[in-house]
Design a protein around this ligand. Structure first.
Ligand SMILES: *[C@@H]1O[C@H](CO)[C@@H](O)[C@H](O)[C@H]1NC(C)=O
Ligand SMILES: *[C@@H]1O[C@H](CO)[C@@H](O)[C@H](O)[C@H]1NC(C)=O
Ligand SMILES: *[C@@H]1O[C@H](CO)[C@@H](O)[C@H](O)[C@H]1NC(C)=O
Ligand SMILES: *[C@@H]1O[C@H](CO)[C@@H](O)[C@H](O)[C@H]1NC(C)=O
Ligand SMILES: *[C@@H]1O[C@H](CO)[C@@H](O)[C@H](O)[C@H]1NC(C)=O
Ligand SMILES: *[C@@H]1O[C@H](CO)[C@@H](O)[C@H](O)[C@H]1NC(C)=O
Ligand SMILES: *[C@@H]1O[C@H](CO)[C@@H](O)[C@H](O)[C@H]1NC(C)=O
Ligand SMILES: *[C@@H]1O[C@H](CO)[C@@H](O)[C@H](O)[C@H]1NC(C)=O
Ligand SMILES: *[C@@H]1O[C@H](CO)[C@@H](O)[C@H](O)[C@H]1NC(C)=O
Ligand SMILES: *[C@@H]1O[C@H](CO)[C@@H](O)[C@H](O)[C@H]1NC(C)=O
Ligand SMILES: *[C@@H]1O[C@H](CO)[C@@H](O)[C@H](O)[C@H]1NC(C)=O
Length: 388
């Protein structure tokens, strides 16, 4: 999702002791001392979680790593677990170019001399809390390493430090070195956790006007690098699923034109990517809701041809507290007309958190009646779906 999200922090509960950022190599973490615990694996078009190959539903809560109370993180994880959602996608990135105001959560400083990890209480300790709580509640995490968009740093924060732009970033030696240094730090910190579902290259990578080979080469190189650090966990791209003309799918309109430099089919063929992702926001993209089901079926068909799982990783419509009419038909398509391995709605929201709040027009609130249909019932439908 690319819109600006509102995060309001209650500063009173924050720890102000801001640890000096350290280079990624500094210090091993508790998880690194444990046995590698790979709970989730691909199994044909589906996933096997903890010994069971099944369909399931998941959700997105990008802000979990920005909550400053461990209790709040635990509340959210317990609500997600109680819903029988198996996977949650949380931002594992947060880059700034200089040390921010005390109490601001950030994970990395990028400047002309390199990348510096913040392992302090307002840094990776927040992501540590998410990983620990996910382990406790048996939730699996998808962790993206950066963002195309400027929210929470993302590619623009690399560009500010190293003089690149939205397209040159993918092939820039200094930007890619800093990105890999961050990946190495995160993968080594958490690879022995039982809560890792997949590492994700980027939220919604785009390279406007580029040949699609730019992102395909970058995705092949980066995923291969991640596999060299951790061969046990799955790796995925995190793209929106755009097709290119070479794929021979669709009517040549925006989603099929390759204009943003993404070729879903070519990327799904990369050996070191375990499954494909696609997103669905017809209101932002200028399509109707019926087309949403077509989009789901098209990605399922490509997954079937290539023989890998595909995931409807984000979907949403801009109607606060009124998403059932627009989104339930897509869920029906997922359940009844495809082998989409899982879908995860954008996004989970809940009340009663003390250390921050988060919402956008797409949010499905835990206290709302629509949550019963779009989260609880849908999760049950996916779990009940027969594995052929
Ligand atoms: C993860 O656990 C395995 C098995 O105990 C160990 O060999 C490996 O070194 C650990 N990883 C790290 C980064 O310490
Ligand atoms: C970059 O940030 C690090 C960490 O805050 C700092 O030590 C270093 O001096 C900065 N470099 C420049 C050129 O500002
Ligand atoms: C896997 O299943 C076992 C047996 O039910 C359970 O004890 C364990 O907590 C599960 N692990 C995860 C990560 O879900
Ligand atoms: C981005 O940088 C590249 C390489 O320096 C340059 O060729 C390209 O024109 C730049 N793009 C924009 C939009 O500035
Ligand atoms: C995200 O991707 C689009 C398409 O390439 C690009 O125009 C935009 O600048 C990117 N966003 C940022 C913040 O760089
Ligand atoms: C990335 O992949 C391309 C195409 O396979 C290759 O030419 C290039 O050398 C690779 N770059 C890096 C940094 O590995
Ligand atoms: C929805 O859009 C698709 C193509 O994008 C079109 O074929 C279809 O007729 C549209 N349906 C309605 C009800 O407008
Ligand atoms: C709820 O969404 C439906 C479309 O799904 C729309 O027709 C209706 O007007 C919306 N109601 C409100 C109160 O926004
Ligand atoms: C799927 O189809 C069956 C009958 O074919 C129906 O009973 C069920 O409600 C449908 N599931 C969903 C989620 O729409
Ligand atoms: C929020 O807190 C109130 C007051 O403690 C409680 O009655 C309510 O059940 C809570 N709601 C949720 C969704 O946890
Ligand atoms: C759920 O909580 C949100 C945020 O406080 C509120 O806007 C919404 O009206 C609540 N829904 C119900 C059904 O109480």
């Amino acid at each position: 999702m690319k819109f600006l999200f509102v995060i309001s922090l209650f500063l009173t509960s924050l720890t102000l002791a801001s640890a000096a950022p350290s280079k990624p190599a500094a210090g091993l973490h508790q998880w690194s001392k444990r046995q590698t615990n790979t709970v989730s694996k691909p199994d044909g078009r589906l996933f096997n979680i903890n010994g069971t190959t099944q369909y399931f539903a998941g959700t997105n809560a990008w802000w979990l790593s920005y909550l400053t109370s461990d209790q709040d993180v635990d509340t959210v994880m317990s609500e997600i677990a109680a819903t029988q959602l198996k996977v949650v996608r949380v931002w594992a990135f947060g880059s700034v170019n200089s040390i921010p105001q005390a109490g601001t959560v950030y994970f990395q400083i990028l400047n002309s001399t390199g990348s510096y990890l913040n392992t302090g209480a307002d840094g990776l300790a927040r992501l540590d809390a998410v990983v620990a709580s996910a382990e406790t509640h048996g939730i699996q995490l998808v962790l993206p390493f950066t963002n195309n968009w400027s929210d929470l740093g993302g590619i623009p924060s690399y560009n500010a430090a190293f003089g690149d732009n939205a397209t040159s970033w993918y092939t820039s030696a200094p930007s890619q070195a800093a990105y890999r240094s961050y990946i190495e730090a995160i993968v080594n910190r958490y690879k022995n956790s039982s809560a890792i579902f997949a590492w994700e290259l980027c939220n919604e990578p785009r390279c406007q006007g580029c040949a699609t080979s730019v992102i395909t080469n970058w995705a092949a190189n980066t995923s291969s690098y991640i596999k060299s650090l951790d061969g046990a966990h799955m790796v995925t791209l995190g793209d929106e699923g755009w097709f290119a003309p070479a794929d021979g799918i669709g009517d040549g309109s925006y989603a099929y034109g390759g204009d943003v430099g993404v070729d879903f089919t070519a990327n799904l063929k990369i050996d070191t990517l375990d499954y494909g992702t696609f997103h669905l926001y017809p209101d932002s993209w200028g399509y109707n809701y019926t087309w949403g089901s077509t989009w789901i079926e098209e990605h399922d068909q490509v997954g079937s041809q290539i023989g890998k799982p595909v995931v409807l990783e984000e979907y949403g419509t801009p109607f606060p507290h009124n998403h059932t009419g627009t989104e339930a038909p897509w869920q029906t398509t997922v359940v009844n007309a495809t082998q989409v391995a899982y879908d995860s709605f954008w996004q989970f929201a809940t009340i009663n958190l003390t250390s921050g709040s988060q919402y956008d027009v797409n949010s499905i609130w835990y206290n709302d009646t629509e949550y019963t249909v779009l989260a609880r019932q849908h999760a049950a439908d996916m779990l009940a779906k027969k594995v052929a």
